[in-house]
Design a protein around this ligand. Structure first.
Ligand SMILES: Nc1ncnc2c1ncn2[C@@H]1O[C@H](COP(=O)(O)OP(=O)(O)OP(=O)(O)O)[C@@H](O)[C@H]1O
Ligand SMILES: O=C(O)[C@H](O)COP(=O)(O)O
Length: 396
């Protein structure tokens, strides 16, 4: 059983809250604050109920351009919440403990990027994670631990799995809602249609295999780079440019895995036409007529595919979307994503998983979905039927 905020007495209690505000950055700070907004509900509720809140979070990966302090994140949280949020440039040292000890009820401090410490970028089993400096250092300052970081729940890192070994653990509102929806897919209305696109080919083929083998999917529609790999697996001539793009990424195993799935499951569908760039313009070609030599790769599904897939989506009881249908960042290749997502948003039950997918619907201005997940890898893991270490760590 996982306890939630409904089970927590907050008044004067020091609560360590792990959130996921890992965000795209610009030169001046945050380029997008969607992930911060997602946690406003949990943080506000704790603060309103009188908790003293120490916030834990990561930003980027060591060595990457977006690996940064959380100062800008603290400023933005302070603006978004009607409670004060301070920033502390320490995470588990005496300085961090003192800042937490000095909080009054209704006050919060955002501690420094957990990944500034090497242990946090390693994966441990929960017992071992509880012995790390990060957890041991901060636990004396805290009474309880709340995990709201669904988007990082597929990582077995100390701030995610270690604290609930030492402190009573609770799921925050984001975590609770995500699990309510994504961990109970098998109870949603049928026919259940998965639209898998985007560029994480290995992950998407894994999801396709899992949902087909478990009988969860009535139809799996493929698009984006995932669709291109499935087309190659089906024996289609996709043109030299697309094939080279796929081979350059080393997707040999994925082509084999997609081929096995296509042989075993008629419910797995591939595009019938694609869009490429020719003379600076969008040009649609049926797959059967694609010339062997192409200068540009397939960047979107074509209108025939959109029409065929839309029929399936319009009849669906539940639609699950992961990954855009094309390179939606370029208007020329946003057509497939815009049309298919708009149709999908009209289904009785529509679930969107994946960080880039959520960015695509915001950018294209499509709304009306039943649930838009905050997680990329975490939602994919759940959709593929895997358990999440940080969720297991909360389970009593
Ligand atoms: N045909 C294509 N060729 C190349 N790239 C494509 C194609 N179709 C879509 N993409 C790219 O796929 C990317 C998004 O795919 P990704 O699998 O990362 O989505 P996601 O699962 O929502 O994201 P994440 O898991 O990172 O949160 C976009 O940047 C888009 O441009
Ligand atoms: O953005 C994400 O998917 C999560 O914050 C996890 O980040 P990671 O992939 O760097 O562990």
């Amino acid at each position: 059983m996982i306890r939630t905020l409904d089970d927590l007495d907050c008044e004067g209690v020091a609560v360590g809250v792990r959130i996921d505000i890992n965000s795209p950055l610009s030169e001046t700070g945050l380029a997008d604050d969607a992930r911060l907004r997602a946690h406003v509900e949990t943080l506000s509720e704790l603060l309103e109920r009188g908790a003293r809140v120490a916030i834990l979070a990561h930003q980027g990966r060591p060595g990457d351009d977006d690996f940064s302090t959380l100062a800008a994140h603290a400023d933005r949280l302070d603006e978004l919440l009607s409670f004060p949020v301070d920033y502390c440039d320490a995470t588990f040292s005496a300085a961090a403990r003192e800042r937490v000890a000095g909080l009054d009820g209704g006050e919060a401090v955002l501690l420094e990027n957990t990944r500034f410490y090497a242990e946090e970028y390693m994966e441990f089993d929960p017992e071992r994670a509880a012995d790390t400096h990060l957890v041991e250092g901060l636990v004396p300052a805290l009474d309880v631990y709340v995990n709201d970081a669904f988007a990082a729940a597929h990582r077995s890192q100390p701030s995610l799995v270690g604290f609930p070994q030492r402190l009573p653990g609770y799921a925050g509102r984001v975590m609770e809602r995500e699990l309510d929806v994504l961990a109970t897919i098998e109870e949603t209305p049928q026919p259940r249609v998965y639209l898998l696109g985007g560029a994480k080919v290995g992950d998407s083929i894994g999801v396709a295999r899992s949902v087909l083998e478990r009988g969860l999917a009535d139809t799996v529609l493929t698009a984006g780079l995932v669709g291109n790999v499935c087309l190659l697996a089906s024996g289609a001539e996709l043109g030299t440019a697309s094939a080279e793009f796929v081979y350059d990424q080393g997707y040999w195993d994925e082509i084999d895995r997609a081929g096995e799935l296509l042989d075993a499951h008629d419910e797995l569908r591939v595009p019938v036409d694609v869009a490429i760039e020719r003379d600076g313009e969008r040009h649609e070609i049926p797959v059967a007529e694609l010339p062997q030599e192409t200068e540009t790769p397939a960047m979107d599904v074509g209108s025939e595919t959109v029409a065929a897939y839309s029929e399936v989506l319009a009849d669906a009881g539940t639609v699950i979307l992961n990954g855009p249908a094309g390179v939606f960042e370029e208007e020329t290749f946003a057509h497939g994503t815009r049309e298919l997502y708009s149709t999908a948003s009209e289904a009785d039950h529509s679930i969107v998983g994946g960080g880039d997918t959520a960015a695509a619907i915001r950018r294209l201005g499509i709304d009306g979905f039943s649930h838009v997940s905050t997680g990329g890898g975490a939602s994919l893991a759940l959709l593929a039927g895997d358990s999440l270490p940080a969720v297991e760590a909360l389970d009593e």
